[in-house]
Design a protein around this ligand. Structure first.
Ligand SMILES: Nc1ncnc2c1ncn2[C@@H]1O[C@H](COP(=O)(O)OP(=O)(O)OP(=O)(O)O)[C@@H](O)[C@H]1O
Length: 179
């Protein structure tokens, strides 16, 4: 992915405690969503990567899950058809839950978002609060796409990287909080 390849690989280090190939696929997809939007408008969305069983316990469906009933091998985040499906479903409220092995197990989930012990900058709203919270309270890394196009990666309750795709800029936020 152009000049972002190395920085994304760096964000997705094994130190994060989740499968780094799955995380890389998710961050790349998030950057694509931030850049492309959908049907001419910007969209935001949220992914959790790893520890999907715990994320499912700490979340609830906002609608009947559109991914239910499809076999896992059709729901791999690296699969081009699945990536197009995610871009379409990203217009819905809620989060995608991605397993460590790279299967998108659920879409449109509302995450429990306790705000204790989070380390996030002021000015971010409830999507980012939920991302920080789930990364604090489960063994997941969360990837948030803001409607303002910035992609932020959360680990252990804080932002660990920020990508601004429009200007191909990446900011790191210190190495690996809590590890
Ligand atoms: N707890 C949550 N779990 C999953 N999705 C959430 C949660 N809270 C908010 N969202 C999603 O985030 C969307 C935007 O909410 P909000 O504007 O408060 O967030 P934000 O952090 O300011 O994001 P953005 O920068 O994209 O505006 C909601 O419409 C919903 O789809």
């Amino acid at each position: 992915m152009d000049g972002l390849d190395d920085p994304i690989a760096e964000i997705c280090s094994e130190e994060r405690g989740v499968d780094n190939r799955t995380l890389k696929k998710v961050v790349e997809l998030a950057v694509e969503i931030a850049r492309e939007g959908r049907e001419g408008r910007k969209i935001g969305t949220l992914f959790t990567v790893g520890d999907h069983e715990e994320v499912l316990v700490r979340s609830r469906p906002l609608i009947l899950d559109p991914l239910t009933g499809h076999p896992d091998d059709k729901k791999r985040v690296k699969d081009p058809d699945m990536r197009e499906t995610i871009k379409e479903l990203a217009q819905l409220d809620g989060a995608f839950v991605v397993s460590d092995g790279g299967v998108v197990v659920s879409a449109a989930r509302y995450l429990d978002a306790a705000s204790r012990n989070l380390d996030i900058p002021l000015g971010l709203g409830s999507r980012h609060m939920a991302a920080a919270s789930i990364s604090r309270n489960t063994g997941t890394v969360a990837v948030a796409v803001s409607e303002s196009s910035t992609v932020r990666v959360f680990d252990e309750g804080g932002v660990v990287a920020e990508v601004v795709p429009e200007v191909w800029m990446l900011r790191g936020y210190g190495p690996y909080p809590g590890r």
